[in-house]
Design a protein around this ligand. Structure first.
Ligand code: ATP
Length: 323
């Protein structure tokens, strides 16, 4: 292996830049050539490729987003598209690839690696924390902190008006942000796709809260068809309990942005270094994960399995503490 290509793909996440920096500098330190690929797999297809030196990644550790930009590519999902991508890699003499992204990006990496014989190492870059085989993903801690700050502010206004707020957070089909966001803000409930919650249960919980003279209630809702989202839930509660003054906030893309927290910068840096170590050791088609503070290599097939366990006990904790 002489040259390592690096790209970010799918949804961006704070800390991706710290990972790009760590991969680039670890690779250069070990004598590899490094090529930055812009706009994810799309850029690989279109040949948006640039030689990276150490100064290309100067002063980026603190930046949100990704300097390599990101994209979604339909073409890469076809065998012809992936062949074109591989030919571009060969032309650029890239003989190993580091892919930073979520489950879709790693599913793409797995397909790509199965068809062509070269090493790909993945880094879990997503705020959703929905990759298996790793305790946490790059961007998750920053997003959780953004949610915490936003909900604290909403709590101020909710208290003044005695309102019931449904706050929708991201997570795709995973409830990590909603559940831990609720714990961090002292919310009255978290509605997550992993655990079905009936409107009646929810109303009971909130009624109890109001009865105990709470002046506001905050419910964090994970975006998902299963939960119906904050809008859907609010509509149902309003219909059945018109006495409540219900408000909805959808936090949206602010959750994706911002300067990464120390935890995310450190995680991204350690994982970036581990990605290059993996290539040196001859590992291939694995994602770097972290378990009990130890870096591990997880096969792509295991990482993208849709079965990451969530700590269900925390639902009970939220309930108990909202008395
Ligand atoms: P996030 O979870 O943060 O949104 P993601 O990595 O899951 O990020 P996706 O949009 O699902 O984002 O995937 C990114 C890109 O990966 C897709 O646009 C596509 O090019 C590629 N990809 C996804 N799934 C596959 C697949 N099964 N085969 C080939 N390529 C794929």
């Amino acid at each position: 292996i002489n040259c390592i290509g690096i790209l970010t793909s799918g949804g961006d996440a704070p800390g991706m830049n710290a990972a790009i920096r760590a991969v680039t500098r670890t690779a250069l330190y070990n004598g590899f050539e490094v090529k930055g690929i812009y706009h994810g797999y799309r850029g690989l297809l279109n040949g948006e490729i640039e030689t990276f030196r150490t100064e290309n990644v100067s002063n980026i550790i603190q930046l949100g987003g990704t300097i390599l930009k990101t994209a979604r590519s339909k073409e890469f999902q076809t065998p012809e598209g992936r062949r074109q991508a591989f030919e571009n890699m060969q032309r650029e003499h890239i003989d190993a690839l580091v892919v930073i992204g979520g489950d879709g990006s790693l599913a793409g990496a797995r397909e790509f690696a199965a068809e062509f014989n070269f090493p790909i190492v993945g880094l879990p870059g997503t705020i959703d924390n929905d990759l298996s085989g790793t305790d946490t993903t790059i961007g998750y801690d920053t997003a959780l902190n953004t949610i915490m700050e936003a909900v604290d502010k909403i709590r101020d206004t909710a208290m003044s008006h005695e309102r019931l707020f449904f706050i929708e957070v991201m997570g795709r089909n995973a409830g990590f942000l909603a559940l831990n966001g609720a714990i961090a803000t002292g919310a009255e409930a978290a509605i997550i796709p992993e655990i079905a919650t009936e409107v009646d249960q929810l109303a009971e919980l909130i009624q109890n809260g109001f009865r105990k003279s709470k002046s506001s209630s905050i419910v964090l809702v994970a975006e998902s068809e299963v939960t119906g989202g904050a809008m859907g839930l609010a509509e149902r509660v309003k219909q059945e309990y018109p006495e409540y003054e219900v408000r909805v906030t959808i936090l949206g893309h602010i959750q994706r942005g911002g300067s990464p927290t120390a935890a995310d910068r450190i995680l991204a840096t350690r994982m970036g270094e581990a990605a290059v170590d993996a290539i040196i050791e001859g590992q291939r088609n694995v994602m770097v994960g972290i378990q009990d503070d130890k870096l591990i290599y997880v096969p792509f097939s295991k990482a993208i399995r849709d079965d990451k366990p969530i700590n269900r006990d925390l639902i009970q904790t939220i309930k108990m503490l909202s008395i």
